[in-house]
Design a protein around this ligand. Structure first.
Ligand code: C2E
Ligand code: MG
Length: 573
């Protein structure tokens, strides 16, 4: 229904016009003077204005010129009503931009004819603009609802569709599941081949997901490396697992982009209605949480309620971390590294511990990943370096041989340029001989970006520190990496030593690693040695040193000091 604003100071005329218009199918809004009229015009944005000329406070000309100054109201059709038939008045009104002029008294027909003529004219003029505006709105709508790279629905659409699916399933009792899917290794592809290759790969992933879905699914790109899929056609957990496996297999197939053969992996977290939540946000958050499970080795993982409790604990711990450092709740434990030839202590590794006021002594598995998530590992890492270097300086007199100290460096720290400066500064502050500091790094971290690793390690080497690869053999490595990386030693993973000498495969791998280390002239040390059998095997095969519970568990500094004293006395005799 069209709205018409009637600005007229004479009550009888105004109410007559209003009645007439309402009767003729318009919605008429009265204003008894010019000031009110302008105010109402701006707030109501009527389709047409009828306005008297002679009024107190603000006359009709004042109203018209005021409305013609504003972009919003300039196009509203404006018809003057006046008792004067004077030509000058007429011209003055038209000059100001009035659309028509009705002289009182006028009949209903005359009024309606003038109004309809103006409204039709307005529609004609506005039509091209309306279609342009519509097109722009559609384009904007598409931008607001679809991911421009993959043309998949975005988070907003996902939200609506998931909401609708949940509502529908309340009637049909159907399962509604959300798969939260994240790609890994794509950052390395972006770094190596450029972002345009990364973008093409994401498009191809979207295409493969499309091929493996039908109308019962909604796939959305949530941004970055994350996708979500709403699944409504599965009735059992088994069927959901099968679908997850199909998506993972499709994504894992190689991609051939710009002449390169590329591979990516994905992880999927699954949460479903009503078991894991009854709102869109709950299901999405829980599916994302499930995806981050370290046990999600199959590539997909279902949310379970135990995870919620674990999550609450994690959040509380995160909040405690910083306070823990301020209140000196962290400490280092030390484990000796023993030569397999002479049986002497030839080094020490420092392990961080957290004496939590409520939870007792916590181990790295309880908080290092959290500290990495929050970035707190930077501060903690510097504290570990400082404490370890200071401590080994204090033990100098107790060890006739130089006692190098090994410090674990997390992948988060390794990725930050600040690592070099922290090491340099700690060495300067503690005045420790750089040769007595060994940095332990994980091989998968180094392999992830070999160029960066070579560059960073070479830089660290300029400080004179030693570099060892930790947990060697636990994950894949290449001989090329070993050849290129400027390192001094490798530590055979505990998971291999565990199988020695009874598991023939693990034993063969361990032997091969010792041989490789010898070929590359690297020091080789075995981790997690717990039995005499393991020790004998390692001695027989030329391993240089070992660390493990067989000799000693990691202990606090005072106990390690006693061990050094005993070792010194034993070897003095
Ligand atoms: P890692 O460097 O490979 O450390 C070896 C882990 O095995 C240590 O556990 C150690 O206590 C344990 N271990 C040593 N000998 C034996 C043995 O004979 N048998 C068995 N079963 N275990 C043995 P911990 O202290 O819980 O450390 C676990 C991991 O946490 C470390 O693996 C290291 O990657 C990380 N970590 C420890 N301290 C730090 C630190 O100060 N900074 C960083 N960034 N990571 C640390
Ligand atoms: Mg280590």
């Amino acid at each position: 229904m069209k709205t018409i604003l009637v600005i007229e100071d004479e009550n009888a005329i105004r109410s007559n016009i209003v009645k007439m218009l309402n009767h003729s199918g318009f919605q008429a809004v009265p204003a008894e003077n010019g000031v009110k009229g302008v105010h109402l015009a701006r707030s109501l944005m009527p389709d047409l204005i009828l306005c008297d000329i002679l009024m107190p406070e603000m006359d009709g000309y004042g109203v018209l010129s005021s409305l013609r100054q504003s972009d919003d109201t300039v196009t509203i059709p404006f018809i003057f009503l006046s008792a004067k038939a004077d030509r000058t008045d007429h011209r003055q009104g038209m000059n100001l931009g009035a659309d028509d002029y009705l002289t009182k008294p006028f009949s209903v027909q005359e009024l309606l004819a003038a109004i309809n003529a103006r409204l039709e004219k307005q529609t004609e003029v506005a039509q091209p603009y309306i279609s342009q505006i519509k097109q722009a709105a559609e384009a904007l709508g598409s931008f607001a609802h679809f991911d421009p790279l993959t043309n998949l629905p975005n988070r907003i659409v996902l939200h609506h569709r998931l909401q609708a699916a949940i509502q529908a399933s309340q009637e049909t009792q159907q399962t509604v599941a959300v798969f939260y899917l994240s790609l890994s290794q794509l950052n390395a592809i972006n770094d190596t081949f450029g972002h345009s290759t990364g973008d093409l790969l994401i498009q191809e992933v979207a295409e493969r997901l499309r091929l493996h879905t039908d109308d019962s699914h909604t796939i959305a790109r949530l941004g970055g490396l994350d996708f979500a899929i709403v699944v409504t056609n599965a009735t059992t957990k088994n069927e959901l697992a099968q679908q997850a496996q199909q998506f993972l297999a499709a994504i894992a197939e190689p991609y051939f982009i710009s002449g390169n053969r590329l591979t990516v992996q994905a992880q999927i977290g699954i949460a479903y209605f009503p078991k894991h939540g009854d709102s869109v946000n709950q299901l999405l958050t829980r599916a994302a949480q499930a995806k981050n499970q370290p046990e999600a080795t199959a590539g997909y993982y279902f949310y379970n309620l135990a995870m919620e409790a674990a999550d609450v604990t994690r959040r509380m711990l995160k909040a405690d971390l910083e306070r823990g450092l301020q209140q000196m709740q962290f400490q280092l434990h030390y484990q000796p590294q023993v030569s397999l030839l002479a049986g002497r202590i030839i080094g020490v590794e420092a392990f961080v511990r957290w004496q939590h006021p409520q939870k007792g002594l916590l181990y790295p598995k309880d908080f290092v990943a959290l500290a990495e998530e929050t970035g707190f590992i930077q501060q903690l890492g510097v504290w570990v370096l400082q404490t370890a270097c200071t401590q080994v300086q204090m033990w100098r007199s107790l060890s006739p041989l130089p006692l190098p100290i090994a410090v674990n460096i997390s992948s988060y720290q390794f990725k930050k340029k600040a690592l070099f400066e922290s090491v340099r500064q700690v060495l300067a502050e503690t005045k420790l001989n750089p040769r007595l500091l060994i940095l332990e790094l994980a091989i998968d971290e180094l392999m992830a970006d070999l160029d960066y690793a070579c560059e960073t390690l070479s830089l660290l080497q300029t400080l004179g520190v030693g570099i060892h690869i930790d947990n060697f053999g636990k994950t894949a490595f290449s001989l090329e990496a070993l050849r290129r990386l400027p390192i001094h030693g490798i530590k055979i993973a505990q998971s291999l030593i565990m199988g020695v000498p009874h598991d023939s495969e693990l034993t063969d791998i361990t032997k091969a690693i010792i041989r490789i280390a010898q070929t590359f002239k690297l020091r080789v040390m075995a981790c997690g040695v717990e039995t005499q059998e393991q020790l004998t095997f390692l001695q027989e095969h030329g391993c240089y040193a070992m660390q493990g519970f067989l000799h000693m568990k990691p202990v606090p500094a005072p106990e390690f000091k006693q061990l050094l004293q005993v070792d010194k006395e034993r070897h003095q005799v």
